[in-house]
Design a protein around this ligand. Structure first.
Ligand code: FMN
Length: 453
């Protein structure tokens, strides 16, 4: 065979591989859509009347929970309903819908939450044609952020620019304002009183508190262990990836969510908390209370919050790549403990902190996982142990080939820790290695999940 024939064969092989990759993406998308459709069909009725779409854009689950409450209200009035995450919505479906209700939170600097990132980056980039659509928007946010309810607002503007007609003015909800939530729910026939989080607080006792980074140049990090307040009381249900919400008596309007660092099999609920200091030197309200004021033996009320976007769920049987920094180890540790118990050893941890000597949080447990093969690979990035700063995103770039091999084995990525610097850097590194389209596909298929703050 001459060189031209070899080249032609090579080009043919590349085309074939590309075709197979496209077919794989298409089939996965189709499977995902079918699963979403099955879930939504439970409320959708017999198909004689077009369902109302209830669409949510949610990071930690509040918008999602409200979407289901809204849907149940509509259903109680005899209306067929479909509940969908915004990223599971396509424009033809929306254009063919008469009525849609949007419940959207805001993250980052006025950005869409992860479950709506693709919708925000694609359909929302230009006006669509939605003249037959009547809609309402419930925007969730927090006035402490500069871009209050920015994503809900952007969604509203886009719908208006697309020719859709508002059923009522947009509602901008500050910090879960119960009055506005009850008003929204009542307008769709749902029980207003159910507007509060359905998860009841449970009573716990602080059993132990341990400093994890003695001698650190950074702020102290503690592990707190809580046990049920009453001896012999059963542990409430949670699963790895979930959150614990703390409401301070001094500031009940501003609850704080912490990633749970343990699993129920540990017999206790553990958190990893960094003691924050304000610029005037005083302790942060929640972290100061947990790390300094609360004494061992004291009681606390915690609400366990399901965190569907960060659970293992459909990724249970997949290899996992767990990436995080600082107290973000909490969310990764609960997953690793769950994996250890389930005997799933295809785990790769990439963890970053400042100095190995003082900030190697939970190193005993991590070494034990390594020794027992629970971790197949471990990469540590101690940013200040060398001249030039090195972060987890640099480890990702250095290990790009291995990362590619793991993703080819259908691995899922879990990122936990700070949004600025870490999670944004990790996202940029993933896009640099795999391209935007692949990151989009990972997000849509639930193989790229984040618990970032
Ligand atoms: C890291 C972080 C960033 C946030 N950024 C904003 C923001 O820019 N603007 C805003 O109005 N709310 C912001 N919020 C508040 C959320 O939008 C609000 O808590 C919402 O109720 C969460 O709903 P979800 O559980 O459905 O994601 C932010 C919250 C967190 C934790």
């Amino acid at each position: 065979m001459n060189e031209t024939t070899w080249r032609a064969l090579g080009a043919g092989a590349i085309l074939l591989a590309y075709g197979l990759m496209c077919a794989g993406i298409y089939l996965r998308q189709r499977r995902r859509r079918a699963a979403v459709a099955r879930e939504a069909a439970t409320l959708a009725g017999d198909g004689a009347v077009a369902p109302v779409l209830v669409l949510f854009a949610s990071q930690t689950g509040q918008a999602q929970a409200l979407a289901w409450q809204t849907a149940r209200g509509l259903q109680a009035q005899g209306k067929p309903v479909r509940v969908l995450s915004l990223d599971a919505l396509d424009l033809p479906t929306l254009a063919g819908t008469a009525q849609a209700l949007f419940i959207a939170s805001t993250y980052g600097e006025g950005d869409a939450p992860d479950g709506a990132g693709v919708f925000a980056a694609e359909p929302m980039q230009q006006a669509a044609s939605l003249p037959g659509l009547r809609y309402a928007v419930l925007a969730l946010g927090d006035r402490q952020y500069t871009h209050f309810c920015a994503f809900g607002r952007a969604l509203d503007s886009w719908l208006q620019a697309s020719g859709a007609t508002p059923l009522q003015p947009r509602m901008d909800v500050d910090n879960g304002d119960p009055v506005l939530l009850a008003t929204w729910l009542a307008s769709w026939g749902a029980d207003g009183a159910a507007g509060q989080a359905p998860d009841e607080p449970t009573a716990w006792r602080l059993h132990a508190r341990r400093l994890l980074n003695a001698g650190s140049a950074g702020a102290p990090v503690f592990e707190l262990a809580f046990r049920p307040d009453h001896d012999g009381a059963a542990l409430p249900f949670w699963t790895s990836g979930d959150l614990a919400r703390i409401e301070l008596t001094s500031d009940p309007s501003r609850p704080r969510d912490y990633s749970i660092a343990s699993i129920p099999a540990d017999g206790e609920l553990q958190l990893i908390v960094r003691q924050e200091r304000r610029s005037d030197g005083s302790l942060g309200a929640a972290s100061g209370w947990l790390t300094a004021h609360l004494s061992v033996g004291d009681s606390v009320a915690l609400r366990l919050r399901p965190h569907p976007t960060f659970r293992l769920d459909a990724n249970t049987a997949r290899p996992l790549i767990l990436i995080g920094n600082g107290t973000g180890l909490a969310g990764l540790r609960s997953h690793l403990r769950a994996r250890d118990r389930a005997g799933h050893h295809a785990n790769w941890l990439i963890f970053g902190e400042r100095n190995a000597a003082h900030d190697h949080l939970c190193h005993g447990e991590i070494e034990d996982w390594q020794r027992r093969g629970v971790l197949q690979r471990l990469d540590l990035a101690f940013s200040r142990d060398q001249e030039s700063r090195c972060y987890v995103q640099h480890r990702l770039l250095q290990a790009a080939d291995t990362l590619e091999a793991w993703l080819a084995r259908d691995a899922a990525l879990y990122v936990c820790g700070s949004l600025e610097g870490m999670a944004s850097g990790v996202d940029a590194a993933l896009r640099q290695i795999f391209g935007d389209a692949a990151v989009r596909e990972l997000t849509l298929s639930g193989r790229y999940r984040r618990d970032v703050y």
